[in-house]
Design a protein around this ligand. Structure first.
Ligand code: FES
Ligand SMILES: [Fe+2]
Length: 380
């Protein structure tokens, strides 16, 4: 799991007048709306004695810790320590980490890292959002599995024929093969491909959108470690452009948000069917992803046998190595080994401006250094 990317923390709708406790990258965060309705995200651990801020109340622009009533604003500054009495001086070191928040596409994203604004990778762009001729649906669900496995599943052209009866023939197509992938790079945060394959007609409410079996174009790619776009073109008029935003809850559980833009059947009466159809397809992937072994991708590619259809998965893994080299990968083995004694914080941009923080930064794998778990594996 990586610091320094945007993660979807909630839907805009879920974030109402109560604080939410949201787990991401194996850590807890509190997400709340201030008095102007602006979404804020803080590390959830109170710097006093470790109270869970999300269990407290929103007071004006602050979240109030349920334990002794300390109040923190959206910048993470402690504004009130009741036990000091009125006018008591608040020490600067009491601040908690505060994360940049962007609310777009019906989602609340937090930037979980310390990069200054100009260096942050952007949220994956949804080009069709708000455009005439497109209709969105948004759905979210939690699954068991590692998010990198899930992203790789999105980048995998060869599973469609076998996993999805919506876009394949269940392995019964004698002529089946993965045709050449037309690689599309969208540097520096992602890459993907387009390919053409045989697919059946569409069933149900969308059957007028594709009446015959035949070739179909699909493009897919990743953006950062945790986002995937998939463009499905069943016919010249009917396009589905899907955007999957994933939040690793930890390295074995994922919260997924699927935004699907469609170019036909724009009436709202088709939304429920669209959502049901997407969930049907997503659940077919879940069955596979939750049982993959090992849970995490192996630390070398030689522990799996890759073929040409896996090219973009290999490219994704290379990209992850680039982010390892930045020192952005969390050392989960170390976090796990010390978890009962140490509450860590994902470093926020404020750490580049101020010295003196109560919580330690979460350990990361030094560039060039193997994870502790990898070392164990190598030694065995
Ligand atoms: S633990 Fe939060 S105010 Fe004491
Ligand atoms: Fe799939």
């Amino acid at each position: 799991m990586y610091i320094n990317f945007w993660y979807p923390m909630a839907t805009a709708e879920e974030l109402a007048d109560k604080p939410l406790k949201v787990r991401a990258l194996g850590q807890d965060f509190v997400v709340f709306r201030d008095s102007e309705g602006k979404a804020q995200c803080l590390a959830n651990v109170c710097t006093h004695r470790g109270g869970s801020l999300a269990g407290g109340k929103i007071k004006g622009d602050c979240i109030e810790c349920p334990y002794h009533g300390w109040q923190f604003d959206g910048r993470g500054q402690c504004q009130r320590i009741p036990s000091l009495g009125k006018g008591g001086k608040i020490p600067a070191r009491t601040r908690v980490d505060a994360y940049p928040v962007e609310e777009k596409y019906g989602l609340v994203f937090a930037f979980l890292g310390d990069l200054p604004e100009g260096e942050r990778p952007p949220v994956m762009e949804v080009g069709e959002w708000g455009k005439e001729g497109w209709r969105p649906t948004l759905q979210h669900y939690q699954i068991k599995g590692n998010y990198e496995r899930s992203i790789e599943n999105g980048l995998d052209p060869a599973h469609n024929e076998f996993v999805h009866d919506t876009h394949g023939f269940g392995g019964e197509d004698d002529e089946y093969k993965v045709n050449d992938l037309r690689i599309e790079t969208t540097p520096p945060w992602g890459q993907g491909f387009w390919h053409t394959f045989n697919a059946p007609p569409l069933p149900g409410q969308f059957k007028e959108g594709r009446k015959e079996a035949g070739t179909m174009d699909v493009g897919t790619g990743h953006h950062g470690p945790n986002m995937v776009w998939t463009f499905i073109h069943p016919s010249p008029e009917l396009w589905f452009h899907q955007y999957l935003f994933e939040r690793p809850i930890d390295d074995e559980n994922i919260q997924l948000y699927l935004l699907c833009m469609r170019s036909s059947f724009l009436d709202a009466k088709h939304d429920a069917y669209m959502i049901e159809r997407n969930q049907y397809v997503a659940n077919q992937d879940v069955v596979i992803i939750q049982d993959l072994q090992p849970v995490l991708t192996p630390d070398t590619n030689t522990r799996e046998f890759m073929v040409p259809a896996d090219k973009v998965i290999l490219m994704y893994r290379e990209k992850l190595r680039e982010w390892d080299a930045q020192g952005w990968r969390i050392d989960t083995a170390k976090v796990e080994a010390t978890r009962k004694r140490v509450a860590y914080a994902i470093p926020s941009p404020g750490r580049r401006e101020h010295k003196g923080w109560v919580l330690d930064e979460i350990p990361r794998i030094e560039p060039g250094e193997q994870a502790a778990s990898d070392k164990l594996q190598a030694a065995s």
